[in-house]
Design a protein around this ligand. Structure first.
Ligand code: GLU
Length: 469
């Protein structure tokens, strides 16, 4: 869009609450949110819950939770379509009164027969216009005891076109548009119609949504035109594919946004990764939420589908974990440690985070790693002890323990110096002491830097565990 636009930007995210907030929906929401924020506009949340059978309160909560997690706070809403039924019905009456819509008494079977007939003539299956009023045309007699649907009187000639913000010019021949049913026999409005009235009433200026809606757009535009509404600009975002090139689905891994929270991805990493998946700013791979807002434009949305790449997501998350202050990491990781059976209060968790964060891809991995310091000590298996704790190793450990118990300061530097001293006194190389120390004190052969591990575990624990040898 041009920067000279004076009309205040209003975007919306309009999920149907029929399941959890999936990655594709979250990304669409993110683009709408970033676009609104970039233009100091308004971001509206609208819950499209008219499919009563498939909608649920739990799904609404899931959507709200996901948006909250990513910090995409709506400026208006949530609005619920089910609370706006009277409004849709009133607009249907207006369209009927103005001759833009008409009552159709054809039964579903009759409509199916019309479609079949069109098909047999090699034409596009469609409603044949039996009840469509035209000048000089006599309509059939109204059948008794039959409730009509309301159909929109769609233009039959010309074309409906728009300049899509992502895909460029898109055009549909109006001859392809059926007279859309906008109200069912019981008077309830249909999906495309509610979207139209909402986008109109909510003064939406930019509709950014998945490209599975491209076919709905001309139907919505012709109704908006009949209503005399200013058309929003449309941008249809291509879908997300799995690593194998198929549409992203469960078999590629988690598609529920909140599972990524559960697995320990940081919201800022998720925002960065999702935004980059289908949008770019030069070659920048890492950018903050503020930069996304500053840089976001629809011109840089990809025209082709993007591919989900779990390895890249992990790389992005690792970056944000490394950049995250230890204090915040400690807060985020503590409850995860508790769930794993550890006691985060038993240790200086910030020190643990500082030690582990350079090599962690998720918060869950940090929690697992932290158990070394705050779960009950599990001695090494007899097999490992036999392998590592040889007589020579035990001698070294005893020498270390003696000196360590009187070490004036119990910190990483002092422990590092002490280890070096013992190595040179006994004329051995680091692994000779390092591995037995790890096995004796942590029960494991592989740990982060041994001096740091000992410093965090504390003198009592270290000396106590070495004493038992
Ligand atoms: N409710 C639709 C969906 O969840 C989105 C409609 C729209 O963005 O226009 O796919």
């Amino acid at each position: 869009m041009s920067t000279s636009t004076t009309k205040a930007v209003r975007t919306r995210f309009a999920p149907s609450p029929t399941g959890f907030l999936h990655l594709g929906g979250a990304r669409t929401a993110l683009f709408s949110w970033a676009f609104a924020r970039h233009h100091q506009g308004t971001f509206v949340l609208r819950i499209e819950d008219t499919d009563v059978e498939r909608s649920s309160e739990a799904a609404v909560q899931g959507i709200l939770e996901g948006m909250q997690w990513l910090g995409m706070h709506p400026d208006e809403g949530p609005f619920y379509q089910m609370q706006r039924l009277d409004r849709y019905k009133a607009v249907i009456q207006e369209l009927l009164a103005q001759g833009h819509a008409y009552l159709c008494y054809s039964t579903p079977d009759e409509v199916e027969a019309m479609r079949e007939k069109a098909r047999s003539l090699g034409l596009k299956p469609r409603y044949d216009g039996t009840w469509r009023p035209e000048a000089g045309k006599t309509l059939p007699a109204i059948p008794a005891n039959r409730s009509p649907v309301v159909r929109f009187k769609s233009p039959q000639t010309g074309a409906t076109s728009w300049d899509d913000l992502v895909k460029g010019r898109i055009s549909f021949d109006n001859s392809e548009l059926d007279d859309l049913v906008i109200a069912r026999p019981d008077g309830t409005p249909t999906y495309n119609f509610c979207v139209v009235v909402d986008d109109w009433d909510m003064n939406i200026t930019h509709v950014i949504r998945g490209d599975d809606h491209v076919n709905n757009t001309p139907r919505q535009i012709v109704i908006l035109e009949a209503l005399g509404a200013t058309l929003p600009q449309y941008g249809h975002v291509p879908m997300i594919l799995g690593p194998d090139g198929e549409k992203l689905s469960k078999r590629h891994g988690a598609v529920n946004l909140m599972e990524y929270d559960a697995e320990g991805y940081l919201p800022e990493a998720m925002i960065n990764y999702l935004a980059r998946l289908g949008w770019s700013h030069g070659n920048d791979e890492i950018f903050s939420r503020e930069q996304l807002v500053e840089w976001f434009d629809t011109r840089s949305l990809n025209k082709s589908p993007s591919q989900w790449d779990p390895k890249k997501l992990n790389w992005v998350n690792a970056h944000y974990i490394k950049a995250c202050p230890d204090e915040r990491l400690a807060e985020l990781v503590a409850p995860r440690i508790v769930k794993l059976g550890g006691k985060p209060e038993a240790v200086n968790l910030e020190l643990v985070m500082a030690l582990l964060k350079d090599r962690a891809e998720t918060l869950q991995q940090l929690a697992q790693g932290a158990l070394l310091f705050c779960a009950p000590f599990a001695p090494a298996s007899q097999e490992l002890q036999d392998e590592v704790l040889t007589d020579e190793a035990r001698d070294l450990l005893r020498a270390f323990a003696r000196a360590a118990s009187s070490l004036p300061r119990w910190d990483r530097d002092s422990l590092d110096a002490l280890i070096k001293e013992i190595l040179s006194e006994h004329n051995v190389k680091m692994p000779k002491l390092g591995i037995p120390l790890r096995v004796a004190v942590t029960g494991q052969k592989q740990t982060p830097a041994v001096d740091a591990v000992l410093a965090i575990l504390g003198r009592d624990a270290v000396i106590g565990r070495l004493a038992g040898l």
